[in-house]
Design a protein around this ligand. Structure first.
Ligand SMILES: C/C=C/C(=O)SCCNC(=O)CCNC(=O)[C@H](O)C(C)(C)COP(=O)(O)OP(=O)(O)OC[C@H]1O[C@@H](n2cnc3c(N)ncnc32)[C@H](O)[C@@H]1OP(=O)(O)O
Length: 260
């Protein structure tokens, strides 16, 4: 996969590393980068060999937000369309059939924080900074921040972050549950890939069904959520990997999953 602003590397064992590589503008998301991300995540979704995706940024930023120079002259209708473009791409990340781990190496502001929120798991370097600075620019979050941040950290904390535009460090992000773990900058990618490989070693379809059950269930009432889980659970029994996983346990050996 060849892109102008993305690097896609095969890290082995079914793990792909996607790096947003537009260092000069701190990986700010313009329409071109968003379209490349869309194409990349669509292809990785369909790629049989890919089991887990790690997403990071080149240089000192994960993503410093949507591109302010592109947004500055927009009309209301154009602003709406730009917001929709970002939302659609982030929805592709969130709904990707493969788990996506955000390795947040530095600034994750505005659209950058929102991109990390569309990933399944966030890991941070000690240098990471998170925030939704949009109200300081005269806009609201526009790539899903008002909806995903409340789900990640609760409405009170999300509202404080969004209304104040405060930037928080990795420790605070860990404290409020925005990230799962913090690592030294030089360890972040290795740790993200290690976590990705642990997930990739499990039954691929079971992980896929678990992801969709969690993502769909979180939007639903508990009874609907339980029905979603029952359906996913039942579907697993139609897979070869369920037979192999349980047979291996009973035979006291490691399973050899075929991802079928
Ligand atoms: C729907 C979504 C909406 C949004 O996401 S709104 C945008 C939210 N993000 C922000 O408001 C953050 C904007 N950026 C900053 O505040 C600062 O940057 C930082 C604090 C992240 C870093 O500051 P420092 O280390 O001093 O770097 P630097 O010189 O400001 O940035 C290097 C180059 O990167 C460009 N840049 C940074 N962020 C953006 C952006 N979000 N959109 C467009 N360009 C950006 C700058 O302008 C500059 O460029 P040049 O070297 O040509 O002066």
């Amino acid at each position: 996969m060849d892109y102008k602003y993305l690097l896609v590397e095969d890290k082995g064992d079914g793990v792909k590393l996607v790096t947003i590589n537009k260092e000069k503008s701190l990986n700010a998301l313009n329409s071109e980068v968003l379209k490349e991300l869309s194409d990349c995540f669509l292809k990785l979704d369909k790629c049989q060999e890919t089991k887990v995706i790690v997403l990071t940024g080149a240089g000192k930023a994960f993503v410093a937000g949507a591109d302010i120079s592109e947004m500055s002259p927009l009309s209301a209708a154009e602003g709406y369309a730009f917001g929709k473009l970002g939302m659609d791409v982030f929805m592709q990340v969130e709904r990707n059939s493969k788990p996506v781990i955000a390795a947040v190496n530095g600034f994750a502001l505005g659209g950058g924080c929102e991109l990390s929120l569309s990933c399944d798991i966030r890991l941070a370097s000690t240098k990471a900074k998170f925030g939704q600075p949009e109200v300081g620019l005269g806009i609201t979050p526009g790539f899903g921040g008002t909806q995903r941040l409340i789900r990640a950290v609760g409405p009170g904390m999300a509202k404080e972050l969004i209304y104040t535009a405060n930037i928080i460090n990795a420790e605070e992000a860990l404290r409020i549950g925005l990230v799962n773990h913090i690592y030294e900058p030089e360890e972040l990618l290795d740790q993200a890939i290690k976590l990705a490989k642990t997930i990739a070693s499990k039954a691929k379809l079971a992980v896929k069904y678990a992801k969709s059950a969690i993502n769909n269930g979180i939007q639903a009432d508990i009874e609907t959520g339980m029905e979603i889980e029952r359906t996913s659970f039942g579907l697993c029994f139609a897979t070869e990997d369920q037979k192999e996983g349980m047979k291996a346990f009973l035979e006291k050996r490691n399973p050899e999953f075929k991802n079928r």
